[in-house]
Design a protein around this ligand. Structure first.
Ligand SMILES: Cc1cc2nc3c(=O)[nH]c(=O)nc-3n(C[C@H](O)[C@H](O)[C@H](O)COP(=O)(O)O)c2cc1C
Length: 370
């Protein structure tokens, strides 16, 4: 059953009618333009794993499997939330969900906002026929969730057969987006309601600016158990919106976006600072570029890593075979990192020794315990 449209107000409906174009812009900009962070990184380069020259392991038996949000994955990797709402988005979702099923990875749907007022777009989010056993994550913005009833949100998840609902936080991107959301009040209360009432696993997710330990504590205090840090250093969503503002001739928004292009908490810092809070799942998305980064994220305390734009680019450049090859490379690199740190499985990898240097050490030193 698709969520009812009736509870969505008129101005919201007008905004949502622009979603198709925005989704198309996002896919095109992310696939074709340079929207990575410019001067700052994830800080994964500040983590050195300790080489084990005497690993007592057979590479063929290294076990990359893990359990995330109640489902078994063959590797601790999620194809992170990207799209939905248009025919093109539907093809991307189906192609990537099929690969997630084949490789035993998790798969995130993009924001399901479009389904709210245009139920006919629901098919672009439905991937269960090609990904029957995959961990599939639904997605909604916290600002939209605030305006929705529990029944509407349950219907959103139920319609696509998702295993959990990601509630995304994206204030920086919205501030730069011409006509974007400006009112973020009540976000924590909304999340508290969803956690208490929905009886569906909730993942609170940023979109490229990271989550601080203070935000982690506030979320944990209202019962949140799963986070996706989606930190800084990969795709700049402020940058994506700055590009859109430029095309729209909105020089004020473009200028705001240029100033805040590199805003956010680096992914590695976010993971390292949140790990001591012991969330049930801590997903490291944002600029994860290799299986070595996945390994570093797990050593810092993540349960899994998420990858968005690099997989979209691989899909655009080489079709499903290209995306599959990029995922195979990541898993190969992860296996190598596990063998070379003497880690038999992902639990052992989580205990592997590391040296943290430079700016990452500063983030940890100055924000730990605050
Ligand atoms: C084309 C595209 C669309 C995205 N749309 C969403 C979305 O609808 N909801 C969401 O939570 N995150 C969305 N994201 C953000 C990603 O899930 C991820 O948090 C962010 O891009 C950082 O990861 P990356 O550096 O691997 O791209 C999108 C990312 C891309 C590339």
């Amino acid at each position: 059953m698709a969520p009812e449209a009736a509870a969505v107000s008129e101005p919201e409906e007008q905004r949502v009618s622009g979603i198709g174009q925005r989704k198309a812009d996002h896919l095109a900009i992310c696939a074709n333009e340079d929207v990575g962070f410019r001067h700052f990184s994830t800080l994964f380069e500040e983590v050195r794993l300790v080489h084990d020259a005497l690993a007592d392991l057979d590479e063929r038996t290294v076990d990359t499997s893990c359990t995330l949000l109640g489902k078994k994955l063959r590797a601790p990797v999620i194809i992170a939330a990207m799209t939905g709402g248009t025919d093109e988005a539907g093809s991307v979702n189906r192609e990537l969900a099929r690969i997630a099923e084949e490789k035993g990875l998790g798969f995130g749907l993009g924001s399901q906002r479009a389904m709210l007022v245009r139920p006919e777009t629901a098919s672009s989010y439905r991937v269960r026929d090609v990904a029957p056993t995959t961990l599939v994550l639904g997605n909604v913005g916290v600002v939209q969730a605030k305006a929705m009833s529990n029944d509407q949100l349950r219907a959103l998840v139920g319609d696509v057969g998702a295993d959990a609902l990601c509630v995304h936080l994206n204030p920086a991107m919205e501030l730069v987006q011409p006509g974007g959301d400006r009112d973020f009040s009540g976000s924590l209360d909304t999340i508290a309601r969803l956690v208490a009432d929905l009886h569906i696993p909730i993942v609170v997710k940023e979109t490229g600016c990271g989550l601080s330990p203070e935000v982690g504590r506030r979320l944990r205090n209202v019962g949140v158990q799963n986070l996706d840090v989606s930190g800084a250093g990969g795709t700049s969503w402020v940058g994506v919106e700055a590009k859109r503002a430029e095309v729209a001739g909105d020089s004020a928004s473009k200028s705001l976006g240029e100033t805040f292009w590199d805003w956010g908490i680096p992914t590695a810092a976010s993971v390292a600072l949140l790990a001591p809070l012991r969330f049930r799942s801590l997903i490291a998305t944002g600029g994860v570029a290799s299986g070595l980064d996945v390994a570093k994220a797990l050593v810092l305390g993540a349960s899994a890593a998420g990858i968005a734009r690099p997989i979209l680019k691989a899909l655009r450049a080489g079709g499903p075979a290209g995306a599959t090859a990029s995922i195979d490379a990541i898993v190969r690199e992860l296996r190598a990192a596990m063998l070379l740190t003497g880690s038999r499985d992902v639990r052992a990898l989580g205990r592997a020794r590391r040296v943290i240097k430079g700016e990452l050490a500063l983030w940890i030193d100055q924000l730990s315990g605050h």
